[in-house]
Design a protein around this ligand. Structure first.
Ligand SMILES: Nc1nc2c(ncn2[C@@H]2O[C@H](COP(=O)(O)OP(=O)(O)OP(=O)(O)O)[C@@H](O)[C@H]2O)c(=O)[nH]1
Ligand SMILES: [Zn+2]
Length: 304
């Protein structure tokens, strides 16, 4: 196959085996991958060819360009990709509903292992629970993550002004549990969000109210900055990570792991473990070590 003859495009949405591909001049069309395997993800750069048949598709994806990165989760049974070729992850949490620290940590670990920088956005700081949420995020600030506070609805203009420079020139994947304000964020930063989803995606999404698939939104007419909205999820498996690697992807644990007596210390029970000593001394948050233990046990279980 001669790639030079094929058109290039960006995958901006996926619906089962159908993908919405955006051409360099901004046109969007439906494509399906050649062959049975549908292994495209939003953010993929692809090469496609116009279809001559009347399948309803307008193009066939012939090739996927090598990915710069891929953020995904993996359990015993399957791998779920969020997006490819992203510049940063924005983990959205809120004062209410109370967020799961385990889910937050898992998102950050997945990003670390994929070498993708991450920030945390705490929404709804106008609510009385804000100080508690802030306190729960203190360890994350301390280990180096930027925590941005906002009230996306209550203080919309201030939030937009604060966020715009952080998103400038980047493709930002947003992950966060349902009810934290993801739709509010998209509508705040992407005024023409509905139009960008477009008739194609709306048709493929078959009348559902919320988008159930990942969607790429441009923030500017120059198409330099983008937000990628991914649907909420229940489980965040990290099977792609070997148990012995886990500490390296948790900055607070990593900072102490060098001081352990044994080079292959699991930081769970060993004598002379600098991580356990740091937990004891309060230099690593107890909640973080609990999460480390929980994930380590999960990764250590045999797969069937
Ligand atoms: N108090 C307060 N409420 C907010 C703020 N931002 C969003 N909300 C509310 O939080 C609720 C959830 O917001 P959405 O934007 O729909 O959240 P979502 O994450 O898209 O939720 P799903 O649609 O369930 O995925 C709505 O009732 C919003 O009005 C805020 O800054 N302050
Ligand atoms: Zn140790």
């Amino acid at each position: 196959m001669k790639h030079v003859e094929l058109d290039t495009g960006l995958v901006v949405a996926g619906h089962g085996r159908h993908y919405v591909v955006e051409t360099p001049d901004g046109r969007r069309l439906i494509c399906h991958p050649r062959g049975k395997k549908s292994d495209c993800v939003v953010g993929d750069r692809v090469r496609w060819q116009a279809t001559l048949s009347n399948t309803g598709d307008e193009g066939v994806i012939e090739a996927i360009e090598p990915r710069r990165n891929l953020l995904f989760r993996q359990d015993d049974f399957r791998t779920k990709s969020f997006a490819a070729n992203i510049d940063q992850l924005l983990v959205l949490v809120a004062t209410e509903p109370v967020f799961s620290e385990s889910q937050l940590s898992r998102s950050l670990i997945a990003a670390e292992s994929a070498d993708i920088p991450a920030r945390i956005l705490l929404n709804k700081v106008d609510l009385p629970g804000a100080p508690t949420a802030r306190e729960r995020l203190a360890p994350y600030r301390e280990m180096g993550y930027e925590v941005i506070e906002a009230s996306l609805k209550a203080e919309a203009d201030a939030a937009r002004t604060r966020l715009a420079p952080l998103l400038q020139g980047k493709a930002t994947l947003v992950l966060g549990p349902s009810g934290t304000g993801k739709s509010t964020l998209i509508n705040l930063m992407v005024p023409d969000a509905r139009a960008q989803v477009g008739d194609i995606s709306q048709a493929l999404n078959s009348g559902r109210h919320t988008t159930t698939t990942t969607q790429w939104y441009w923030l500017d007419s120059e198409r330099e900055s983008a937000l990628i909205d991914s649907p909420g999820f229940q489980e965040f498996g990290l099977r792609q990570i070997a148990p012995a690697e886990l500490a390296a992807y948790m900055p607070d644990i990593r900072a102490h792991a060098k001081g352990c007596r044994f080079y292959n210390c699991t930081h769970l029970h060993e004598p002379g473990c600098a991580v356990l000593a740091a937990v004891e001394a309060g230099r690593i948050a107890a909640s973080r070590h609990r999460i480390y233990r929980e994930i380590h046990e999960e990764l250590d279980r045999p797969t069937y």
